[in-house]
Design a binder for this molecule. Structure first.
Ligand SMILES: [Zn+2]
Length: 85
């Protein structure tokens, strides 16, 4: 009687480990193969803007396209200073 319970327990432990290894493999596969970002969705840019009213400058590094509309500051569009390449 005890023997069958022990085997049953070992079976559960084995199933648990198989399940864990399976999950780990799945996770490994997803981490080594990240889904590629959709083409043309975000672009790496490097442009600076300055607020003509108060002088605040900011740098934009990511945008949906190469020439994004200027951000607003002090209720006005910021001036594009220069793209930094
Ligand atoms: Zn401003």
């Amino acid at each position: 009687m005890w023997g069958s319970i022990i085997w049953f327990g070992l079976g559960l432990v084995l199933l648990y480990f198989i399940w864990k290894i399976g999950l780990g493999m799945l996770r490994g596969m997803t981490s080594t193969l990240p889904p590629p970002p959709p083409a043309g969705e975000m672009r790496r840019i490097n442009v600076r803007y300055r607020c003509s009213s108060c002088g605040t400058e900011l740098r934009m590094t990511m945008a949906p396209d190469q020439n994004p509309p200027p951000p607003k500051h002090c209720l006005d569009d910021m001036d594009l200073i220069a793209p930094i390449d």
